[in-house]
Ligand binder design. Sequence first.
Ligand code: CU
Length: 145
Amino acid sequence: MKFKVILVSLICVWLLIFAPLKAIAEIVSHAPANAMVNIVEPIDGATVAETFTVKFGLTGMELAPAGVERENTGHHHLLIDQPELPNLNTSLPSTDQIRHFGKAQTETELTLSPGEHTLQLVLGNYLHVPHDHPVISEPITIKVL
Ligand SMILES: [Cu+2]
């Protein structure tokens, strides 16, 4: 009888803890340790017009559109004025400050209000989830005229 209770408890623990962990592991893709993203343009400290082009760089991996599950790939996410990184263990939300480039775009045109802004890139997999070795650029600060 006691054995049965222990067994049921163990199964419950497994279902509550390990099954969700496994589910999380399944949505996270692997990224090589040397994978890197960077903002090619504008450069850190640049002064730009209200509407300007942002060019994304990626090395050590390739781009793939959202929804396409392929090894060592992902798509860019541009964080605008985000002092803290979003939760990297789940799908990145899609907001005005977290822009998705799910068609595997390598650049975009942005219009920002005059003043200082920060930009940062995060690569996400086919489900918009950052990789197990998160591929994140250094943030840059720009001045919009
Ligand atoms: Cu995305």
